[in-house]
Design a protein around this ligand. Structure first.
Ligand code: NAG
Ligand code: NAG
Ligand code: NAG
Ligand code: NAG
Ligand code: NAG
Length: 419
């Protein structure tokens, strides 16, 4: 019951969100994003502040709360089925340790032992239950309830929610470690399987046009426009392959590959991707400060030859200059410490999430991977409203200043007044 009440409240919030964007249509836009539209909210692994990450209810909740895109991570089972899970392994995110029948699948790893998704068939995997990991404020109440979803189940959620909520919800699958998954298979196996799976569900792969997908609701099939798709990956060769075989929009994930954080590096990425995605900190304290803080080293000569690191406040503009959108990760719930600025603020003090998001909205960041979708949506709406007020204030101030100058010119009084 409590959950239902929450969902109803949140549906109301979503309605508010859509009415606010209608209200703003045609007015001066506060957004400095590449196409002048509001920053997109990518729900990081579903809605893990309320429900375990990468679960069907987690994806449903993220959709209801108003995410623009809902993120699944994709791994492959032994029988080559896509499942949604963040890690390649299962020890911390599932109850596999309580399953003696899988003891023989335990593998030695550098940090002890683990079970790999790649060693389980889908049928075997479906006997496990999700356990919330990296807990922090994330609830433990749902441990043991949910199974690891397949990619098909994820698509089912998004299509059903698109139909039921009557709004666009994008899909942004991340291919996890294609080089690992393609071992013992034909080359680009994982990438090909993704293209095939999307095509089977009606997504247009090779032409930039609308595709028709189906939503199963109440046992009936309903046609829906296919949700927008962005495919993300850390491995550039996988993206290059997808680009050669499809017209899908691609997102390059960048962790700490120093070369890609330079002027020439950004240009290189733009040859493959439409979205450039990296740590938010690089756009706040700068690349060198953040890398130093994380004990990462780089080759100074090489970085200089690539034009140097792009300064924090120029980063979004530089990505835009190459026709790409910039998407940053990861924005936590406001009750968790933000890591923004740890390199310059000792001790990583928790900070105001509104202040944090407003900073990146001001920079014109096109998308953010967020946790607590409702909270982020509310901050975004407030930013829009504030900007309108600021716009009015700006005009009023300009008018007052012009009037003062005029009065000064005419009467000789009030000279020296300006604002
Ligand atoms: C769905 O949204 C469209 C426009 O976005 C609107 O024209 C249509 O009436 C809506 N359908 C329902 C059932 O609300
Ligand atoms: C590929 O096969 C080899 C030999 O059977 C095995 O050791 C390795 O773990 C396999 N790789 C993957 C990713 O399954
Ligand atoms: C960097 O290295 C120092 C010294 O080994 C260590 O104390 C610190 O925790 C490291 N910082 C990070 C962010 O890992
Ligand atoms: C650093 O980069 C330069 C230029 O690419 C290269 O010549 C040099 O060997 C690199 N140094 C190291 C230590 O890798
Ligand atoms: C005030 O006078 C200056 C110089 O004479 C002129 O450039 C300016 O346009 C005038 N401003 C107004 C508001 O009339």
């Amino acid at each position: 019951m409590i959950f239902l009440k929450l969902v109803l409240q949140l549906t109301f919030l979503t309605l508010l969100a859509s009415s606010s964007s209608v209200r703003n249509k045609g007015k001066h836009s506060p957004w400095k994003t590449l196409d002048g539209t509001p920053t997109l909210l990518f729900a990081h692994r579903g809605e893990k502040v309320l429900l375990p990450e990468h679960t069907v209810p987690g994806y449903e909740t993220a959709s209801i709360l108003g995410a623009d895109f809902v993120e699944p991570d994709l791994c492959l089972t032994k029988d080559d089925q896509f499942v949604c899970h963040h890690d390649l392994f299962l020890r911390d995110g599932s109850d596999v340790e309580n399953h003696p029948e899988f003891e023989h699948l335990k593998r030695k790893t550098p940090d002890g032992f683990n079970w790999f998704i790649r060693d389980f068939t889908l049928a075997e995997l479906k006997t496990l239950r999700i356990v919330q990991q990296n807990t922090g404020i994330r609830p433990q109440d749902y441990n043991g309830f949910f199974t690891i979803p397949t990619f098909q189940e994820y698509l089912g959620v998004i299509h059903r929610m698109t139909f039921k909520l009557n709004r666009t919800i994008g899909i942004v699958p991340e291919l996890k470690n294609p080089s690992f998954h393609n071992a013992n298979r034909t080359s680009n196996f994982m990438e090909k399987l993704l293209l095939q799976t999307l095509a089977e569900h009606g997504y247009p792969i090779n032409l930039i046009s609308d595709g028709y997908c189906e939503a199963t609701v109440d046992g009936g099939k309903h046609p829906i426009p296919c949700p927008p798709v962005i495919v993300q990956c850390f491995e550039t060769p996988a993206l290059e392959y997808l680009k050669s075989q499809s017209d899908l929009e691609l997102l390059q994930l960048i962790q700490d590959q120093a070369e890609l954080l330079t002027y020439k590096g950004i240009k290189e990425v733009s040859k493959v991707a439409k979205y450039y995605s990296t740590w938010k900190e690089y756009l706040y304290v700068g690349v060198a400060a953040e890398m130093t803080y994380n004990n990462k080293t780089w080759n100074e000569t090489l970085i200089d030859s690539l034009g140097g690191f792009v300064p924090a406040r120029k980063f979004a503009k530089e990505v835009h200059r190459h026709g790409m959108k910039v998407v940053l990760f990861t924005f936590h719930d406001s009750r968790e410490p933000s890591t923004r600025g740890c390199a310059v603020v000792p001790g990583c003090q928790p900070e105001d999430k509104t202040k944090e998001l407003d900073y990146f909205f001001e920079l014109g960041v096109d998308g953010i991977f967020i946790e607590n979708v409702a909270e982020s949506r509310a901050i975004l709406m407030d930013f829009e409203a504030q900007e309108e007020i600021r716009g009015v204030r700006r005009s009023a101030r300009n008018f007052a200043s012009a009037l003062a100058t005029y009065t000064c010119n005419v009467s000789g009084y009030l000279c020296g007044y300006s604002s």
